[in-house]
Design a binder for this molecule. Sequence first.
Ligand SMILES: [Fe+2]
Length: 242
Amino acid sequence: MIVGQLSDIHADGSAEALQRLDVVLGWLGPLRPDAVIVSGDLAESDHQRSYRAVRQRLENLGAPFFVVPGNMDDHGLMMEAFGDLYGWSSPRPLNVVGSLRDLRLIGLDVTVSGAHHGDARPVLDWLSRELNSDDPPALIFQHQHPFKTGIDGKDRNICFGGDELARVIENARSPVIALTCGHVHRPMFTRFAERPATMAPSVARANRLRLDGRESNISDPPGLLVHHWSEGRLVSHAVAVH
Ligand SMILES: [Fe+2]
């Protein structure tokens, strides 16, 4: 089972933003993913047209795809653009579940209206209901990171309610294999709720890696994660696309 994860497309009406998306999808196509997830910030302006352009490109790939909003997204317009696919009928929260053969993709809308940080607490009842079943193992994806990145200045925009989210994951009846997110525009690998936790690189421009007051230049091209789920083992591959 191959799941491609794109994040932070930030489509804005410019040709450049969509070109970066085309480059990433052009790389992903030959891998013939079983599904694609997009962990938020699909658009940052010109939302209506941007969502149409993003959806068209995802559809052209030919795999089922599942999206959650980020802090730059417009919930109302995102619901309009994608709601028929996921049964969305009100603009908050825009949660989504994708059921594949032996894996579930649970997209959690942790965004907070008008804020850059997230908060998992309002959607935890929904999540625990989803996880209180005998369904196949789940990969959770969301926009804001529930773990500290350590990057200077980025952790104030974390997903609040991380402890409560971890408790739901740890106590769930159906297993959660990992959690993955976006938002900081850098690939990252750590642990959360005693499980692997990843952050996908951005399709849009990367952020600078600045740790403990030290930093280097931005050199990252657009990228993605490829999650491979096989024989009960998840391996996440980070890919940069030049
Ligand atoms: Fe974001």
